[in-house]
Design a protein around this ligand. Structure first.
Ligand SMILES: NC(=O)c1ccc[n+]([C@@H]2O[C@H](COP(=O)([O-])OP(=O)(O)OC[C@H]3O[C@@H](n4cnc5c(N)ncnc54)[C@H](OP(=O)(O)O)[C@@H]3O)[C@@H](O)[C@H]2O)c1
Length: 241
């Protein structure tokens, strides 16, 4: 996989945050046509302000399968597809600190967004890839069961752990069906976005800006493409599941 040879890259969750960082990195480092898919227009103003002839933007509801089916018919020969859609908190839902915060609807929502979008997109796009292609998904280190030292964040952690299982399943199905698309799950490193901002106080390690993280993650596809593992830290080291 050589990013410089790619002709079409689809990015879901491109309106802001890491998806926007990846969109900018792809525009800068490739000649590919970049199809940037966003959710809420009011959050996508930075994306919609970009003026670049290689960029195509489109609003999409990823839970509307008719919309996904239509989009996949429009876009064949995808070299790279990226899913950065994720959820940790909103005005009404905060990550659980302890068992007393368990709320079934809130946890189901975390699973819907963090776990189920990845296979749902592939249901519609699995036949749309080139032979030398990649599907890159953003996971999270807190989804690693063996790495869990602190507990808490029941919905987010467990929905990302479940995503790891989905990634493994997809890899097995790809191998069985001799598909040449590589599925990869990356932990981006802590990055300043709407998702992370309320939790950044007191963090001692490096916090990335979205443009830096976008460059890291895009180049990582090329770096690990020919390796065997599925789940990587932003620097290319393998993360335990
Ligand atoms: N930032 C970090 O430090 C960090 C660390 C580890 C892992 N990650 C992972 O990286 C990914 C990107 O996170 P981020 O930090 O860039 O977060 P973000 O700035 O909050 O972006 C999340 C993206 O997901 C979209 N989204 C959320 N709910 C959606 C829904 N119901 N339907 C469709 N789209 C939806 C958002 O679009 P709208 O705003 O338009 O809804 C936005 O484009 C996530 O999977 C996150 O778990 C981030």
């Amino acid at each position: 996989m050589q990013l410089s040879n790619t002709k079409k890259i689809l990015i879901f969750g491109a309106g802001h945050g890491l998806g926007l960082g990846l969109t900018k990195a792809a525009l800068k480092n490739t000649q590919a046509r970049i199809i940037a898919l966003y959710h809420r227009e009011e959050n996508a103003y930075d994306l919609l302000a970009i003026n670049n002839e290689n960029l195509e933007t489109q609003k999409i509801d990823v839970f509307n399968e008719n919309a996904l089916s239509g989009l996949s018919k429009k876009h064949q020969d995808i070299d790279v597809m990226i899913n950065t859609i994720g959820f940790l908190h909103n005005d009404k839902i905060q990550p659980e600190k302890s068992l007393r915060d368990i709320n079934v609807d809130n946890m189901l929502f975390a699973f819907k967004v963090n776990t189920l979008v990845t296979p749902l997109l592939l249901k519609h796009f699995k036949d749309s890839f080139t032979d030398n292609s990649a599907y890159m998904v953003l996971g999270a280190m807190v989804g690693s069961i063996s790495d869990n030292q602190m507990g808490g964040w029941y919905g987010y952690r467990s929905s990302k752990s479940a995503l790891n299982m989905i990634i493994k399943n997809i890899d097995i199905e790809f191998q069985r069906s001799k598909r040449k698309t590589r599925i990869l799950c990356f932990h981006p490193g802590t990055t300043e976005t709407n998702l992370s901002k309320p939790f950044l106080a007191g963090i001692k390690h490096k916090v990335w800006q979205v443009d830096e993280a976008g460059e890291n993650l895009l180049s990582l596809i090329e770096k690990v493409y020919d390796k065997k593992d599925l789940f990587y830290f932003w620097d290319g080291s393998v993360l335990p599941w």
